[in-house]
Design a protein around this ligand. Structure first.
Ligand code: DX5
Ligand code: ZN
Length: 213
């Protein structure tokens, strides 16, 4: 059985207490910290920018898993890499004809590369790239907000991508993950799970994180 990397999304955390929130995640067994970056264009919401990632880096001893839900990701990769992102995931839909360029750019900073697809994007569209990234992020909700319902049909993409891989990369799922949907994803072969609402509404973060493994 491969390791499942649990990446709690701080989108649902208390933004007035981010240092404590990170410490809590570390103490509760999180593997990574998932940072949802939204620009108000690629998605309707605006959230966190590179200066906040830089501040998080100062207080985090676990890797920062940065999910860019932004247009023109190539313009901002340098900022997020220098801010201390350990993994940068960009959206296929925002990358247009610059996909390989963006992958190379992220790698040039010695940062791990993820590529993500929204619910309406077919897995076939990213098959040409899956062997040149470190992670594929499959969205199981429309990106933009936490607390939405898991779209089970999107989880089938885990299998589709797995069947095309020639090497071992991480398959991450993001959106509507809880104890039950996590199991569906693990059974299909997911190796990393992002969770926001489920973890932050639970009464025991440690148990909630453990329940996703
Ligand atoms: C959605 C974000 C997710 C979100 C997950 O656009 O990419 O990371 O915070 O939150 P839940 O687990 O609440 O769906
Ligand atoms: Zn995310």
């Amino acid at each position: 059985m491969s390791k499942i990397y649990i990446s709690p999304s701080i989108l649902s955390s208390d933004f007035a207490n981010l240092e404590n929130e990170i410490k809590k995640l570390e103490n509760c067994g999180a593997d990574w910290v998932h940072v949802d970056v939204m620009d108000g264009h690629f998605v309707p919401n605006i959230t966190i920018g590179a200066p906040v990632v830089k501040a998080l880096k100062r207080v985090s001893s676990i890797p920062l898993d940065v999910h860019l839900m932004i247009e023109n990701p190539e313009k901002y990769i340098k900022d997020f890499a220098l801010a201390g992102a350990d993994i940068i995931t960009f959206h296929y839909e925002a990358a247009k004809n610059k996909i390989v360029e963006i992958i190379d750019l992220i790698r040039s900073y010695n940062v791990k590369v993820g590529i993500s697809i929204k619910p309406n994007t077919k897995s076939e569209e990213i098959f040409p790239y899956i062997d040149i990234v470190d992670m594929v992020l499959i969205m199981t909700v429309e990106p933009g907000f936490g607390g939405q319902k898991f779209m089970e049909n999107c989880a089938l993409k885990i299998k589709e991508i797995k069947s095309q891989l020639n090497k071992n990369i991480i398959i991450q799922v993001d959106g509507g993950i809880n104890k039950d949907t996590a199991k569906i994803c693990r059974d299909y072969g997911a190796t990393s799970l992002v969770a926001g609402n489920y973890l932050y509404t639970s009464s025991n973060m440690k148990e909630a994180i453990a329940s996703l493994r």
